[in-house]
Ligand binder design. Sequence first.
Ligand SMILES: C[S@@+](CC[C@H](N)C(=O)[O-])C[C@H]1O[C@@H](n2cnc3c(N)ncnc32)[C@H](O)[C@@H]1O
Length: 349
Amino acid sequence: MTDDNIKYDVVGGPVRHVPVMLNEVLSCLQLTATHSNPLKIVDGTFGAGGYSSAMVEAGAIVMAIDRDPNAIRDGADLVSKLAGKLSLVSGEFRNLGKLAHENDFNNADGVVLDIGVSSMQLDEAERGFSFQKDGPLDMRMSQSGVSAADVVNTMKQSDLTRVIGILGEERRASHVSRAIVREREKMTFSTTLQLASLVEKTLGRRATDRIHPATRTFQALRIFVNQELEQLGEALFAAERLLKAGGRLVVVTFHSLEDRLVKLFFKDRTGSQEGSRHLPLVNHKDATFTIDGKGLLKASREEAEINPRARSAKLRWGERNENPAGKVDMSIFGLPNLVSLDALQLKGD
Ligand SMILES: C[S@@+](CC[C@H](N)C(=O)[O-])C[C@H]1O[C@@H](n2cnc3c(N)ncnc32)[C@H](O)[C@@H]1O
């Protein structure tokens, strides 16, 4: 990122994460209109506080959540600057309902999620997210639990193939996992560049390749280690229960696996799911959200030109109605059946 891209937040310090589709987020949350009472918004992904500070500036009261202790530490100045209008809670967004309840923040007018890693997490080599910088092979947003190195050093080859193939959408996942297993007979993986160079050596790199050969393997490990799909699925149900009638749920995603979940959720909750050819449509549910058209927005061409991260962004949103929240049913997402992180944790202990 160049210096030109550094933005300044309301506390006046440099913010390295440039918020994506901020105007669209504010508008979907109805923060561009005037309200007699301030809107109560849960920001499930505080990051550098770009959304949170803009929402407070637009008149909202915000409860923000992040699982990364660095984001919580660095957000303290903004919290004191915006005293009374912004609270920042350490936790996982899958628990956003519980966290809101504990913080007396029920009946929210809006929930926003900006999925993925922040620029700070990617840029800091010691966090281990980047295959371009040497650092510990870590990738844990919460800085606790099973690391990417634990996965690479202990997971069975067949499970590694599935994780890399499914979560990284890597067609040659079995080549990568075989190479990892052979290599770890000789050494223990501890750094990002050890893994990146092994993947590069295994898959090769053509001059025409647009992305580094390790991109997909790193994506898979990051999603697995942070249980990103499960977190997102659970957070969508939690948001449904937390929002009051007329409240808005806004989710910004950056790749197809995540966007698919949000799309399936709104399809299920707007009652627009189609009956299968083979099964009668039973258990017809009352819709709990309404969407406008497809309920889908993309970043403007101008934003995509300035901020390359915005190019793959998709924003989906819906408005909560007065019907009671539906049943929590993670099966609507058809999540892949991968080895559990807990099983790996026990093995690693
Ligand atoms: C893309 S950044 C958000 C940037 C933010 N919108 C801004 O404008 O600065 C994503 C943030 O969400 C956090 N995060 C990701 N998954 C999370 C989860 N399951 N629970 C809580 N925080 C999470 C990450 O630690 C990261 O700080």
